[in-house]
Design a protein around this ligand. Sequence first.
Ligand code: NAD
Length: 352
Amino acid sequence: MRILITGGAGFIGSALTRQLISHTDHEVLVFDKLTYAGLLSSLEVVASSSRYNFVQADICDAEAVAEVLAGFRPEVVAHLAAESHVDRSIDGPADFVQTNLVGTFVMLNQTLGYWRTLSDADRAAFRFHHISTDEVFGSLGDDGFFTETSPYDPRSPYSASKAGSDHLARAWLHTYGLPVLVTNCSNNYGPYHFPEKLIPLIIVRALNGEQLPVYGDGSNVRDWLFVDDHARALQAVFERGEPGQTYNVGGNAERKNIEVVKTVCSILDRLQPRADGKPYANQIVFVTDRPGHDHRYAIDASKIRADLGWSPSVTFEEGVARTVAWYLENRTWWQDILDARYATQRLGVAHG
Ligand code: NAD
């Protein structure tokens, strides 16, 4: 299949691209603006493949989107491009409204125009896969799980913009018949994660001898999913999922933020002990909580398991160990980011 991946130079999009090029025969075109979060260094390992293509452009640019659709003639559009960092959405929501809402509208509208030019058989086989987050469902108490029918209750500019984009995607299905699928996923982690997000931030700061900031008392709970497991779920959905369906994707690994930080610290203690022999956990500090910080997210992923046979393959402890090992072995990847001072104002603040 020919698969157009928007945001394919980001954390999850690059994992999906690496997987499709390395483990399938699919041809991929990455369509990415290369914002601060888009990194060609995350795609280096597949860049020489004849099945890999790259276009640098903005999803809000209707002409550029139309040109790529007409030239590449995808059978699947996997739409991941987004502004994705909650803290940044609090500081500057405008980019989130522009890319996540206007950009998704442009992608849907241009894809609809392209889809209408296809033969009946190609129209039936085509998929527009909109990739979203569990944050659209708001905050849970100590019990319960988000399901595909949970009501939307977004609370940050990021989650509100993603919620709106989910509604747009479903509107293009119901109103115009575009074969849309939606997935809502929990917190991803793994190699090539931009070091402003919690797990890589902690690894990098620990190694640099800096304080490890944890919001509030660290009791906020997230469900954690290894990024390569998410990439496998996305592939299962656009290959075998039913248009019109939504699938929740989760790692079945709920952890408090403080537990996550302590797990990273203890793995580092084992793999790269501090020169003074003391535990990395000594560097933990608690900082003022994020405004509107959702208490708990947890996903019921039984539908994708039952319908598509997908389940996470990596436990949280194993995934974090692999992630820490990757950051130790690939210092140049993240050191280049720190050296380039990519909008560093947020690199000192933890993200749950
Ligand atoms: P990311 O921030 O790492 O990557 C986003 C990518 O989109 C970057 O390559 C960036 O250059 C590109 N991009 C941004 N604006 C663009 C524009 N206007 N035009 C073209 N490209 C643009 O994000 P991620 O963590 O890989 O998340 C990917 C998707 O998955 C997002 O839609 C996000 O909402 C969703 N999601 C993420 C998580 C998570 O834990 N990271 C969880 C659930 C859902």
